[in-house]
Design a protein around this ligand. Structure first.
Ligand code: FAD
Length: 371
């Protein structure tokens, strides 16, 4: 699938030499599985199932019975897809979560990794304090395949990189990244993902009409030089353009109810997807680090694992390890959110951009964003 030449060695002489003598249950790895199997086989995956007529369902479960009495000891659900968290409450050190399907679960720790509009954050801090703060920047994204000649021109602009950022003096940014390369030799097969951002006042509800979105897309696309202009305008009229108001929530500490509820990822530090990475001394442009959100989310996950390891294996109180986890997260998250928001604002103001270290030191020396 990746176009890498490989040879697979297997001791048996043909497929099915051994009788079908084992069953596997594949649960959470299903999403990775789809990346490992070619589409031609993926569509026939059901035929390899024990019951080809039973498509996997979020309601599937495995019963655990008492062998002597057949009394049900436990019904173990296979992945908890389709579980939308709707509410939660604490009782002493326990936390109970309720879901929209009416079910509930009580445990020792709830990790709210439920994205930028986190309901867990609202529980911890109140809806008023936890509310996502809109910025006066709108983002539009689409995916497209370019005709051969145009695709070649775009490839030339990218100078062997996978993305290029174009900043327009009118306060527009377009980040053109390659989304998928099915055939390396034929750019006309590649999928591109342009992300267009621009200043746009108003709250979360602005610019929602698809016709208006398309009109804005075309109007701003016209301002860009070739081949970017044509590439943007080549988006088919019926293509979906996703819109997103850039928003943020500078992280503040929360009461974690004796270590029983916490946050991670965008729930803890929702930020803009910046075009710049700011350090103490410089602002570096790096298309590969276009956003910081996922990187911070993965960092949270690693830290959380270490904290829980200390609780489970070293016997440290949950409240203590969670307090340490959150102290680091709140400081790092707040700084990342604020600098990300500042950088996003700056990127859409040509005058500020020209005065910035990015403009005076960064772009010119780094070509089109060199890594
Ligand atoms: C266009 C774009 C480009 C980006 N590029 C980059 C990049 O290059 N590098 C980078 O580091 N970051 C990037 N980011 C940011 C990155 O995508 C996020 O920071 C990251 O996805 C956050 O992960 P998360 O798991 O915390 O949240 P999410 O990915 O938002 O996942 C939250 C999950 O919680 C589920 N959920 C929500 N509410 C509930 C509920 N009530 N009950 C149950 N489940 C719920 C959602 O369905 C979702 O699956 C980009 C973002 C955008 C929009």
């Amino acid at each position: 699938m990746l176009g890498i030449n490989c040879t697979v060695f297997e001791q048996e002489h043909f497929l099915n030499e051994r009788q079908r003598d084992w069953s596997f249950g594949i649960y959470w790895a299903q999403s990775s599985l789809t990346e490992c199997i070619p589409q031609s086989l993926l569509s026939r995956l059901n035929t390899a199932q024990v019951d080809p007529l039973h498509p996997p369902s979020p309601d599937d479960f495995i019963q655990v019975l008492n062998g002597k009495t057949t009394e049900e000891l436990k019904s173990v659900p296979t992945p908890n897809y389709g579980k939308r968290l709707s509410n939660m409450w604490n009782k002493e050190t326990k936390i109970t979560a309720t879901f929209e399907d009416g079910s509930e679960l009580t445990g020792d720790l709830l990790v709210g990794a439920d994205g930028s509009k986190s309901i867990v954050r609202k529980y911890l801090l109140s809806p008023e304090i936890a509310v996502l703060q809109p910025l006066p920047i709108m983002g539009l994204h689409a995916t497209l395949i370019l005709p051969s000649e145009l695709a070649k021109k775009m490839v030339a602009e990218l100078q062997d990189q996978v993305a290029v950022l174009t900043l327009h003096p009118a306060g527009l940014c377009v980040f053109f990244s390659i989304h998928q390369i099915p055939d390396h030799e034929r750019p006309e097969t590649w999928t591109w993902m342009p992300t267009m951002t621009f200043r746009h006042e108003g709250g979360h509800d602005g610019l929602t009409n698809p016709a208006e979105i398309r009109s804005v897309w075309d109007q701003y696309a016209e301002k860009f030089a070739e081949p970017f202009r044509s590439a943007l305008l080549s988006l088919p009229q019926d293509a979906v353009i996703w819109r997103e108001r850039l928003s943020q929530w500078p992280t503040v500490a929360w009461d974690n109810h004796q270590g029983s509820v916490t946050l991670a990822g965008d729930a803890a530090h929702p930020m803009t997807y910046p075009t710049f990475t700011k350090t103490d001394s410089d602002i570096q442009f790096s298309p590969a680090d276009r956003g910081q959100g996922l990187n911070n989310a993965v960092h949270d996950a690693g830290n959380l694992c270490r904290a829980l390891d200390q609780h489970v294996h070293d016997g440290k109180p949950l409240a203590d390890v969670m307090a340490a986890y959150e102290a680091e997260l709140v400081e790092r998250g707040r700084e990342a959110v604020i600098s990300s928001g500042q950088n996003s604002m700056m990127a859409h103001d040509w005058e500020q951009l020209k005065l910035s270290p990015l403009f005076t030191q960064g772009i010119a020396g780094r070509g089109n964003g060199g890594r």
